[in-house]
Design a protein around this ligand. Structure first.
Ligand SMILES: Cc1cc2nc3c(=O)[nH]c(=O)nc-3n(C[C@H](O)[C@H](O)[C@H](O)COP(=O)(O)OP(=O)(O)OC[C@H]3O[C@@H](n4cnc5c(N)ncnc54)[C@H](O)[C@@H]3O)c2cc1C
Length: 477
């Protein structure tokens, strides 16, 4: 990693060697943008700082929400962009940018169909449980259900499509003229050398700022000091370049948190366990929240408990559901998942007070309570009661990725503070402002990859048009 902060160098000089479009960052956003460009026959260089293209995408569960896909139709699931828009805006309390909500809800279904049918990314509907806030089954994943698998599919597709993927290429500086037109980038190589590459359009797909503690302190103070569970290379470069170019930033306090990271092993425990009837307690074996609101805001609820930890409690049925997830299987292998024949036995293994845990279980299983919203507003009606043997895992809250970023229009063009687009700069994924509104509670499951894949495709298509226009324009433009 370069020791220099990202900068914008003002220059009107011709940078020399150039490609029509440069994409900075090879996660889901960058690779999807590259595929869209290659489909239009546009030459593209994807510049990735790491030795291998992975990003937060490879760390993720790889689940992308989309409405009206052919995968849904094959499973007989009725969905529409309008219903998806309602779910997105309900979660963000109507505060997500409406033009982005509209563009993504309408664009993501065709984007997944396109990736599946043209580029062989084998998306299928993730079934078995509903993620919080989604009205219907619309989460899509590849067969292994991991972000690493999704990345393998996207990388292979991008290479087959002829995208030029350059790793160990840390973009340090953008070269821009006085009007903010990007002329190229400066790349730091691990051996200390520097290269310059020109372009007619630039796509920023280098994600958010979760890996930049100073920026997290400034924009998301409630998460300063919390475990960051995303990719260390999410250092906020897109935002810092955007600021230097006079770009508008939006929803900088928004993020995806998670209230279920096994501690101390640091392994994600699927929230399906909670959605299907499990519950969380604190060190006093007391519940403290409505687990069904969502795993993102649960990060704050868990971090507010004594020791910033909680215990997820569930049963054999949910343990078997969990075993469908690679992360969960890793947690089992790491010894993080505990079990016992009785709830008192489980309490003893977890270090909780047996009587109190038994009382909390009894309260959550009381049929009268389950029929109604409980004292936290949670409804469990329709879910089978928990039954012995019982399972538990100690968890903490974490920051997964940031959702605020460069404000873009529905064509993924980066907007200045006066609302006008910068001439040839686009952003997608974590680099751009998402559709979660201004806070952690606005994150609807899957909003991260929704913006990466959905805006990635839009950014690629738009950058292709800009690069073609620039090629036709008189010299000097
Ligand atoms: C544990 C976990 C689970 C998650 N699960 C889900 C999920 O199931 N569904 C969902 O929607 N979201 C999920 N997310 C969020 C999701 O991973 C992100 O929103 C998404 O991956 C962002 O994609 P991206 O392409 O914008 O960024 P990334 O995948 O992070 O890619 C950005 C790339 O840019 C590179 N880069 C950065 N700066 C530079 C530079 N200056 N020069 C060159 N390269 C640079 C980085 O090295 C990185 O490879 C999860 C996140 C985590 C941490």
């Amino acid at each position: 990693m370069s020791g220099f902060p990202p900068i914008v160098l003002r220059t009107a000089a011709d940078p020399g060697e150039s490609v029509p479009v440069i994409v900075v960052g090879a996660g889901a956003a960058g690779l999807t943008a590259a595929l869209a460009l290659r489909d239009l026959g546009v030459e593209v260089a994807v510049l990735e700082r790491d030795p291998a293209a992975q990003g937060s995408t490879a760390l993720s569960s790889g689940f992308v929400p989309a409405a009206g896909t052919r995968a849904q139709q094959r499973r007989g699931i009725a969905d529409s962009p309008e219903l998806f828009i309602r779910d997105l805006q309900a979660k963000s309390k109507g505060l997500a940018e409406p033009h982005l909500v509209h563009a993504l809800a309408h664009g993501i279904g065709p984007a997944l169909d396109w990736l599946a049918e043209r580029h062989g990314v084998p998306f299928e509907v993730v079934e078995g449980f509903l993620y919080p806030g989604h009205s219907v089954l619309r989460m899509h994943g590849t067969p292994r259900r991991t972000g690493a698998d999704l990345m393998d599919c996207l990388r292979r597709a991008a290479e087959e499509a002829g995208a030029d993927l350059l790793t160990k290429a840390h973009v340090h500086a953008l070269l821009a003229d006085a009007e903010g037109r990007i002329r190229g980038v400066r790349i730091d190589r691990p051996d200390g050398s520097t290269e310059t590459l020109g372009c007619r359009a630039l796509v920023l797909a280098c994600s958010g700022f979760g890996g930049n503690p100073e920026m997290v302190r400034r924009y998301i103070p409630e998460m300063a000091g919390a475990l960051f569970f995303g990719h260390a290379g999410n250092t906020g470069d897109a935002v810092l370049w955007g600021e230097a170019l006079g770009a508008s930033l939006r929803d900088m306090s928004a993020y995806q948190g998670h209230g279920s990271v096994a501690t101390p092993s640091n392994i994600l425990i699927t929230w399906a366990l909670m959605m299907e009837g499990g519950f969380q307690v604190n060190a006093s074996a007391q519940r403290f929240s409505d687990e069904n609101q969502g795993y993102s805001e649960q990060s704050i609820a868990v971090l507010a408990q004594p020791g910033a930890v909680a215990w997820s409690i569930y049963d054999q049925r949910l343990h078997e559901l969990g075993l469908g997830f690679e992360d969960y299987r890793s947690a089992v292998a790491a010894g993080a998942i505990k079990s016992a024949a009785t709830i008192e036995g489980l309490a003893a293994v977890l270090g909780l007070a047996p009587k109190e845990l038994a009382a909390t279980l009894a309260e959550t299983q009381d049929p009268a309570v389950r029929a109604l919203p409980d004292r936290f507003g949670r409804r469990l009606a329709g879910k089978p009661p928990l039954a012995a043997p019982y399972y538990g895992v100690k968890v903490t809250g974490a920051l997964f990725h940031t959702q605020g970023g460069l404000l873009v229009d529905a064509q993924a063009r980066v907007l200045r503070e006066d609302g006008a687009p910068l001439p040839n700069l686009f952003a997608a994924g974590g680099a751009a402002c998402g559709v979660s509104g201004p806070a952690v509670w606005g994150y609807l499951s899957g909003n991260g990859l929704l913006a990466a894949v959905g805006l990635g495709r839009i950014a690629g298509l738009s950058a292709a048009g800009t690069a073609a226009g620039a090629a036709r324009a008189p010299a000097g433009r």
